[in-house]
Ligand binder design. Structure first.
Ligand SMILES: [Zn+2]
Length: 303
């Protein structure tokens, strides 16, 4: 049973690996051409949400589930903070639920004390109205997921060009069996531990080799490890998933992760040849609006 379930995860997520942190962006993003028939029910939802360049001016709400939904009342993480800088500005994906944006800012402010880094480099959060994306990511749809680079923020402001072209650093060895000691440091462990300990964080996704390193380095304080889940990719950045904000009935939480540190047999399963070097999944038919919660139509149609 288990290999089949993991294979299904791969069908959903392996396609999400290419447009990741290291994929360069452009300094001259072109608006997408208008759709000939946007009201056609067969129009992929990503074509519609991918064209929404401003948030829906409605009360903030996460609607649906992480890989099937949208977000109302999203706010932008400012591209520059004292302790963070947003990367790949051309993607316009620095939008999130206000509570996630507050969480990222809080974590960034704590970073110098956590691990001595000057701050964080922030990758994709969500599109202005969430929803499926034209490139990358099966999830990140409801404004509660964020990618954080495993590269420290430099002491200086990066230029626009650097934010598009600078590459994140691969933390994983070429054989994918462990982290690369040339790049992996105790500061990485400290940062992921601190993020996992935030009560609003439901899960953190990292490459299996990174989870292996965290298991080895955690010592006796291990409760936080249950939130840190192995995932394909995630060798240049880690992914924070916030729990549904309290009182938002339109938001569906995932089941909590299984108890325990997840460092035993569950982790070992990721180190078979098929899991380390998965074959690309069959592309899925794109999600249409009918597959999303009906309220996402209102989010899309809001002025
Ligand atoms: Zn992510």
């Amino acid at each position: 049973m288990r290999p089949i379930r993991l294979l299904l995860i791969c069908f959903g997520l392996c396609a999400a690996i290419p447009a990741s942190a290291q994929t360069p962006g452009t300094l001259d993003p072109k608006p997408l051409p208008p759709l000939a028939r946007p009201d056609d029910p067969k129009t992929p939802a990503k074509e519609l949400f991918g064209r929404a360049v401003t948030p829906a001016p409605l009360a903030p709400r996460a609607i649906g589930s992480y890989a099937r939904g949208c977000v109302a009342g999203a706010v932008a993480l400012p591209v520059d903070g004292e302790t963070w800088q947003v990367m790949r500005l051309s993607r316009n994906r620095n939008w999130g639920h206000p509570q996630l944006v507050a969480l990222i800012e809080r974590l960034a402010r704590m970073t110098p004390q956590i691990n001595g880094w000057p701050g964080l480099l922030i990758g994709d959060i969500s599109q202005p109205r969430g929803g499926p994306m034209l490139t990358g990511h099966a999830s990140h749809q409801i404004g509660l997921d964020a990618d954080i680079w495993l590269t420290p923020m430099p002491e200086r402001r990066l230029t626009r060009a650097e934010r598009e072209q600078m590459s994140a650093v691969d933390m994983v060895r070429a054989d994918r069996l462990d982290v690369d000691p040339a790049n992996w440091t105790p500061a990485h462990t400290a940062l992921i531990r601190a993020a996992a300990k935030q009560p609003q964080v439901a899960r953190i996704f990292v490459n299996a080799a990174i989870k292996k390193a965290l298991c080895r380095e955690a010592g006796s304080d291990r409760d936080w490890l249950s939130k840190v889940r192995p995932m394909f990719g995630h060798n240049y950045h880690f992914h924070i998933r916030m729990a549904c904000p309290r009182g938002e009935e339109t938001c569906s939480d995932q089941d909590p992760p299984p108890a325990g540190d997840g460092c035993g047999a569950e982790l070992e399963r990721w180190f078979t040849p098929e899991m380390l070097f998965p074959k690309p999944g069959r592309p899925r038919p794109p999600m249409i609006m009918a597959a999303l919660p009906p309220e996402c139509r209102r989010v899309l149609a809001a002025p």
